[in-house]
Design a protein around this ligand. Structure first.
Ligand SMILES: *Cc1c(COP(=O)(O)O)cnc(C)c1O
Length: 451
């Protein structure tokens, strides 16, 4: 019984796949937040280098991966794919379960797949410093690693509660020479304004974004980087699925269903888009399912609206599934999935019913993650347990129906820094968060409907 599917180094893909070339309905344009007119590439020049802006608006189907980026990818890519024989046995399911493992990257998740090219294009453009925000620390550490490689200063605004709750993520960033500040900080106008009102503010991702953007916008040699949601970020992540297609061929099966956890949509897009390509090009019928937390259910209970990407309302208006930009999800452990909205491309695909979504409660996810660790050995990140929960749901359905379907999911990160979360689960401290319809409706009131 073969368990592991590996590719040689020289099979790292040479191009990323841009799904907008194949989409039946192209994504709607972003709008200026004041005039409500559609904005073009020039609106983004204070924040991002030209090459990334070009990718953001590109409709070219294949975008070539620079050799220097492929060289760094070789540190951990191609990533392995596994057949989860032991999990299948524990579930007594006729389904074949495969997973692609992105936790082998330097920072332990899929995020360096985009951090590296983003740092590279910034370096090419002569940028000296990159600012960003981080919640749980996954994105901050990926970007710190990438910036250090290219000799770019990295400045990370880390949500203050996480800064104190996850000290080892901060030390990891420091090891890669990044400066990490608890946000809100005294370094920006946005931070000082919040601190003036509430010196004990625990911070939020929205506040940290405002600080990082302010720093980048006010200095010529400084740019900003985002770890998910945007089109160019999704594009870079397609390297996951392009490799996975080859590995499934090696395994001798094509998946019937492809599953990935969903925060802003980048690792889901990364695994799923190269499989959706077979649906577009060859009329295949591969189901792609995004897994989200029941306490932050933008895909399953949100609405398709024009909304802000940040809490404060500084970004352009984006056409996306959202719970409202001021929605504050319960403090679940899957910090990387606590985002109010979804990427524009993924939102359009969901609206057109070309992809599906499924929500899971926190306890179900930790139960799934623990079973996975006990059968397959790897302890998954709390975010990653959502994909496992969906995979188990599909495997049980296969058993009921007596159909030997093939399931592929993205194990997007390991949970080795998340032992506190597991301890809370084992000691019964984790609670379910019920979200009632009234809360969602209140949060969406006043948010621009799409005509
Ligand atoms: C950031 C993160 C996510 C969610 O982000 P996406 O943009 O939806 O991919 C999921 N899992 C892990 C381990 C993460 O670090």
């Amino acid at each position: 019984m073969k368990k592991k599917f590996l590719l040689p180094e020289d099979e790292i893909p040479e191009n990323w796949y841009n799904i907008t070339a194949d989409m039946p309905n192209k994504p709607l344009p972003p709008l200026n937040r004041v005039t409500k007119e559609s904005i073009g590439p020039e609106a983004l020049t204070p924040l991002f280098p030209q090459e990334l802006i070009k990718q953001e608006f590109s409709t070219e189907k294949w975008i070539s991966i620079p050799d220097e980026v492929r060289e760094i990818y070789k540190i951990w890519r191609p990533t392995p794919m596994f057949r989860a024989h032991s999990l299948e046995k524990a579930l007594d399911t006729p389904a074949r379960i495969f997973y692609k493992y992105e936790g082998v990257s330097p920072s332990g998740s899929h995020k360096p797949n985009t951090a590296v090219p983003q740092a590279y294009y910034n370096k090419q453009a002569g940028v000296k410093r990159i600012t960003t925000e981080t919640g749980a620390g996954q994105w901050g550490s990926a970007l710190s690693f990438a910036c250090q490689h290219f000799g770019i200063f990295c400045e990370v605004y880390m949500v203050k509660v996480s800064y104190y709750q996850k000290p080892y993520r901060k030390v990891m960033m420091n090891t890669w020479k990044a400066n990490v500040y608890p946000s809100p900080s005294e370094l920006t106008k946005a931070g000082r304004k919040i601190l003036e009102k509430d010196p004990n503010s625990p911070g939020s991702l929205g506040i940290a974004i405002s600080e990082a953007v302010e720093r980048a916008a006010s200095d010529k040699e400084t740019k900003y980087a985002l770890g998910s949601v945007l089109n160019h970020v999704l594009l870079h992540q397609t390297i996951i699925g392009l490799e996975a297609v080859k590995q499934m061929e090696q395994a001798g099966y094509m998946p019937d269903v492809v599953i990935a956890p969903f925060g802003g949509g980048s690792n889901f897009a990364g695994l799923a888009f190269p499989f959706l390509r077979f649906n577009f090009e060859k009329g295949a019928n591969i189901r792609c399912v995004a897994s989200e937390p029941a306490s932050c259910p933008k895909l399953t209970r949100g609405q398709f609206r024009y909304d802000f990407g940040d809490t404060v309302g500084l970004t352009p208006l984006l056409p996306m599934y959202t719970l409202g930009h001021q929605f504050v999800p319960a403090p679940i452990h899957a910090g990387g999935l606590r985002y109010h909205g979804a990427g524009v491309i993924v939102s359009q695909l969901l609206k057109d019913q070309l992809i599906e979504a499924r929500a899971h409660h926190q306890l179900e996810c930790f139960k799934a993650g623990t079973l996975f660790a006990q059968t397959e050995g790897i302890i998954p990140a709390p975010e990653a347990t959502h994909g496992i929960a969906t995979a188990i749901y599909e495997a049980k359905k296969a058993k009921e129906e007596g159909v030997p379907k093939t399931i592929l999911f993205n194990l997007c990160g390991h949970g080795n820094f998340d032992m506190q979360a597991y301890e809370n689960y084992f000691s019964g401290k984790l609670v379910e968060h019920e979200l009632n319809q009234g809360e969602i409706e209140a949060s969406l009131a006043g948010i621009e409907k799409v005509e």
